[in-house]
Design a protein. Structure first.
Ligand code: NI
Length: 254
């Protein structure tokens, strides 16, 4: 029983063969998937996929790399989508100073708006953070009792603990399997399993030995195997615990 908590099955890379991708996921023991939207078109498609297939859910939001294009009407539509029964989270949202250094003010505004929606609709955040750890912490800290996921967590075990203190979970993906990825492996070892989730971020971030190829939810098993090894627990225990964590966080009934 595995839960891929971050997949972009709504991306154009899966247009041609979604049914085969889903059947490989099922063969690999992936019971649940969260399809993550990042702009208006992928939010719509995430809901479409989640409405069609059992045990697939949707998250809708605006990615920081498009923050400068998001307007009030986009937020009106997003708020309607958040009322959909298959939509269980807000995001992908956050901050990114890797691709867009010059739009930080707009990114913070659009992110704060989505944090407010997460609170209003009582749905957890799916947070993207790239090259912006301190500013992210500073932005989140004033909020009380946050609920959500630091997705593909790119920082240290010490920072992971600080985000956990704000109420957040830590999610790890393909990079934890890379041989020279010292920091994600340390995060996997040190973060308590009760705060851990697993993901693929497919079609991106393929785990070893598929690095550079298109990723897909079936490969979340390789992420789980590596974390189980690092934590010296059985794959089954790691899989069951991280799946329960996700079901509880997203309030999905088994
Ligand atoms: Ni993503």
């Amino acid at each position: 029983m595995l839960f891929d908590t971050h997949t972009h099955l709504n991306a154009k890379e899966f247009e041609e063969d979604l049914d085969e991708v889903l059947s490989r996921a099922s063969d690999a023991g992936v019971s649940y998937m969260m399809v993550i939207g990042f702009d208006q078109e992928t939010n719509r498609r995430a809901i479409e996929i989640a409405s069609k297939y059992p045990n697939i859910y949707a998250s809708v939001g605006f990615h920081p790399t498009i923050a400068h294009e998001v307007n009030d009407e986009d937020f009106v539509l997003l708020e309607q989508q958040l009322k959909h029964s298959q939509v269980v989270a807000v995001g992908e949202c956050g901050l990114d100073l890797h691709w867009h250094k010059d739009t930080l003010d707009q990114q913070i505004e659009v992110f704060n708006h989505q944090i407010a929606l997460s609170k209003k609709y009582d749905k957890p955040l799916v947070i993207h953070m790239r090259d912006v750890t301190e500013k992210m912490y500073e932005t989140l800290k004033p909020y009380q009792q946050l609920s959500g996921i630091m997705h593909a967590f790119p920082s240290s075990p010490e920072m992971a603990e600080r985000f956990i203190e704000l109420g957040l979970h830590i999610s790890l993906g393909g990079p934890v399997t890379f041989k020279n990825a010292k920091t994600p492996k340390e995060v996997a070892q040190k973060v308590d399993v009760s705060k851990l989730l697993i993901e693929t971020d497919s079609p991106f971030l393929s785990p070893h030995p598929f690095r550079g190829k298109r990723n897909e939810p079936a490969k979340v098993r390789l992420v789980a195997e590596e974390i189980a090894k690092l934590k010296e627990m059985s794959l089954e225990e790691l899989a069951t615990t991280t799946t329960r964590n996700a079901l509880t966080l997203f309030r999905i009934k088994e």
